[in-house]
Design a protein around this ligand. Structure first.
Ligand SMILES: Cc1cc2nc3c(=O)[nH]c(=O)nc-3n(C[C@H](O)[C@H](O)[C@H](O)COP(=O)(O)OP(=O)(O)OC[C@H]3O[C@@H](n4cnc5c(N)ncnc54)[C@H](O)[C@@H]3O)c2cc1C
Length: 322
């Protein structure tokens, strides 16, 4: 039976969305695998997260230590090395923190490392078949990873179907005493909140999001007209911010805002993982793109192959006439 540990990031007592995605990933590796959640932190926030996770996981390991109050990868790594079984598989998210934590963790545990898994195709003996993406999602690569001596694997957030939190009736196992010496060279200083800007895209139920397919700065107005007609808000991909066509507060993605709309209209956006990583809550995604092979169509609920400069004005007129 495969033992899998799922590292769960959290903030303000709330587990990251990927906590709901790990079970689907574990089932794809081995339907009979044992999946254990692992949370590190300190005080009441940690207890709140650990309690919440018992509705999803049968076992939740908590490591409570003042040095873990802020998720400093150097400190978390030390704790995990001391607590986890090195021959197991360890999941973490493929985000800034996971990328900081995991390469070093695999070295310390002397286990294999695979980054940015988007799918698993089961095990053959100890050989795990992993699917990754390259060239902005245009190409899927299938790799095998020998898990005989354990493996650390980062999963792309949003790539696995989230389970519903239910009544797993899990138990919390306190491993704080096993964390060992957590002295570190790196020190947490402060969190600096990003500017909210003139609109808060994180609060909108409907986003009309424009990418490089908008082609010219003056075409942003076409998206704004559609957003106005739909009582939506305009957001964008990073190249639009880099070109200074829209302000940074409207950027969706791993280095921008995390949004949770009900409907996400991706207009001329290819669907890079850095962009999709900012879209949470499983919204209804409508993608319009000239390229029928654009990666965004793999995750869109509705995909339309058309020029957005024709599509958006037509939709605006339709919405206005309703
Ligand atoms: C460390 C790091 C962090 C990053 N953070 C972010 C982030 O937070 N957010 C983010 O968005 N990106 C981020 N990126 C950049 C990311 O990798 C992609 O480059 C970016 O998301 C691509 O934006 P795009 O889809 O608008 O452009 P492209 O990838 O160029 O896609 C444009 C799409 O528009 C289509 N198109 C062109 N013209 C038309 C038309 N007239 N009608 C219809 N379709 C058309 C094309 O077929 C194409 O699919 C980051 C990159 C790095 C390295």
């Amino acid at each position: 039976m495969t033992q899998i540990f799922a590292y769960i990031p959290h903030q303000g007592g709330v587990a990251a969305d990927i906590a709901l995605e790990y079970p689907a990933a574990a089932a794809k590796i081995d339907a009979s695998s044992t999946l254990t959640a692992v949370v590190t932190g300190s005080g009441p926030d940690l207890d709140k997260v650990a309690n919440g996770l018992t509705s999803i996981y049968k076992e939740v390991i908590k490591i409570d230590n003042a040095a873990l109050a802020y998720p400093n990868a150097e400190v978390v790594r030390k704790a995990l090395v001391n607590v986890l079984d090195a021959s197991a598989i360890v999941f973490a998210p493929n985000d800034t923190f996971g990328m900081d934590l995991c390469p070093g963790l695999s070295i310390k545990m002397d286990s294999a490392y695979v980054a940015d898994a988007v799918d698993f195709e089961g095990m053959e003996g100890s050989l795990l078949k992993v699917v990754r993406q390259e060239l902005g999602g245009a190409v899927s690569t299938h790799v095998t990873c020998d898990t005989a001596a354990g493996a650390v694997i980062t999963l792309r957030p949003g790539a696995f179907i989230p389970v519903e939190a239910g009544a797993a009736g899990g138990t919390i196992v306190d491993k704080s005493a096993d964390a060992g010496d957590l002295a570190a060279k790196r020190r947490f200083l402060e969190i600096v909140e990003a500017e909210v800007g003139d609109v808060d895209i994180t609060k909108s139920d409907v986003l009309v999001s424009v990418g490089r397919g908008i082609e010219e700065e003056e075409n942003i107005e076409i998206a704004q007209e559609l957003a106005e007609a739909m009582k939506a808000v305009v957001s964008c991909s990073r190249p639009i911010v880099d070109a200074k066509w829209l302000e940074k507060s409207r950027q969706v993605g791993t280095s921008g805002q995390t949004v949770k709309p009900k409907v996400y209209m991706a207009m001329g956006i290819s669907g890079s993982f850095q962009h999709m990583g900012g879209i949470k809550g499983n919204p209804f995604i409508v993608a319009v793109n000239k390229n029928p092979k654009a990666p965004i169509f793999q995750v869109a609920d509705v995909g339309i192959v058309q020029d957005i400069l024709e599509f958006m004005p037509e939709l605006t007129e339709k919405v206005k006439s309703m």
